[in-house]
Design a binder for this molecule. Sequence first.
Ligand code: B12
Ligand code: SF4
Length: 502
Amino acid sequence: MSGRRKHRILVINAYFDPWRMATPTRLFVPRAMAPYFLAGYFDQDHCDIRVWDEAFHGAFLNAKQFEWPDMVVFTGLTACFDRARQLSAYFRNANPKVVTVIGGPIPRALPTICEAVFDYACMGDVDEITSVIEAVFGKAAAAPSGAPRYDMTRPKMGLGFVETTKNCNFACSFCSLSGENRAYVAHSDTSIAGQLDAMGKVKAVMVLDNNFFGSNRKSFEHRVKLLGERWRAGQFRGWGALVTGDFFKRPNNLKLVAENGCMGLFSGVESLDPVVLQSFNKKQSLASDPLSLSDACANHGIQFDYGLIFDFAQQTTAEVEAQIEVLLNDHRMPLPGLVSVTIPIVGTPYFDQALGEGRIMPNVLLSDMDGQKLVEWPQEPVAHVAAFLRDLLGMRGRKMALTRHVLRHAWHWRKSMSAELTALSLVRPLHRFGPRIGLGSVAQMRQSWQEPALTYSAMTDARRLAYRPLHAMPERFRADFEPLVVTDENGRPTDMFERARA
Ligand code: B12
Ligand code: SF4
């Protein structure tokens, strides 16, 4: 310990909000759990631990806190590398002795630059933090159990999160997991029980797995049973999970999960266009149409949710418009829970192909790759597609149709769903596609208001305010506030980017 006080640890989920809101987004489900898993590896007798999740708590703008930690542990999505780097500069400036650690998708995709910027760049799973803790503070500072610190997730919004498997048994070309190429493995019973015990009583549990179904039937049934036991014991009123399209091929799977307390399933339908699905190597979704899946789920009292990814390099705006019309005009189908454009996530086969074929626009920043703006050349004029995308993401001009759909959808399925699920199906789409009310600290709200307006195209978007330091910083930190630029003015990879990912 430094003197007689405990080691001060700050775990941060570095996040850039695609809509450039610096305020908290507490209603996003799911919620990042890596920070709370990481926090669990620090011994509480020796360490004073805090967690800041920039998605859930909003941008970390409190300059007074920069000198507090002895160690800062970063996690985050690939596109948020610049944010982790900026934050690390603030902490180093305030306390030159601070130890910075990063792990997760960022260093996996950008190992070289992470090794240069942070003291420790971890490529493994959360448990790798133990070796860092021991190296920096000694064995006593590492917690023996590593149980997730769900107690720090307050306000919980009634939700608990559990992970029963890691990685995925599929290899969709656009998915970062395909690039990381790690084996699909189930957590041990001890780990699952440990997570559920640490969670305590909650209203509902969200299983975070990329693919709760997986490739091993026995393991799947066993994990369903483990959740079912807790559900029957009254720990929660129901649970939801993400499954791949192949889950629905056996009707018995739905029966099994329903009998064990499942009340919601999310599946990445991704596209209603088979050609697009083939190009994503997403064959498991070829038979996944939202109507038959929501119908099958509703017969078991389960709510179905899904995501759609639009690819304007392959689809015209008219084609996408036609798909949206189909969805809005048929109230039996739910509206997608997630609408995004294809993202060439660094490290994926899709990224390498897009870069090699010159499909990525010029001067694209890594932080542009958040799924809510064009970063690849569309087949129609950029200005036209960007305006269409703006309207699509906010359902502009479709608000009446949206409200009508939501009301009719909830009414149609009211007999199959519990009152809670019916209420949820009314609220969620309106929240997803409605305006965001950005409430947070004064500094966060001021930053949201001052952000330059979004243009929905990486070629015309101005830089985020985060690239301007909050206060004067010494010259040696200048590079930490420069964005990682992926493509040059000709759409080819920049030297900076090639070095970063070497
Ligand atoms: C919660 C979640 C979110 C939340 C919060 C994400 C965040 N971190 O801020 C929200 C809703 C905001 C979100 C948004 C998106 N998400 Co998301 N999300 C998840 C989800 C379901 C759970 C993450 C989680 O907490 N897992 C549990 C923890 C314990 O594991 P983990 O975070 O994966 O970390 C593991 C390792 O990476 C490592 N690790 C991580 N950090 C650290 C740190 C250290 C020090 C160490 C040692 C190890 C380590 O240890 C863990 C395993 O033990 C995952 C799927 C999944 N099951 O993981 C997708 C996932 C992370 N999301 C993904 C995607 C694609 C998106 C979107 C781009 C979707 C879209 N098309 O719009 C958007 C991003 C928009 C943006 N801003 O850029 C991808 C990965 C993307 C990437 N590499 O950047 C994933 C893996 C889903 C998938 N299979 O495609 N998401
Ligand atoms: S099924 Fe989902 S998690 Fe698995 S590789 Fe495809 S996109 Fe990634």
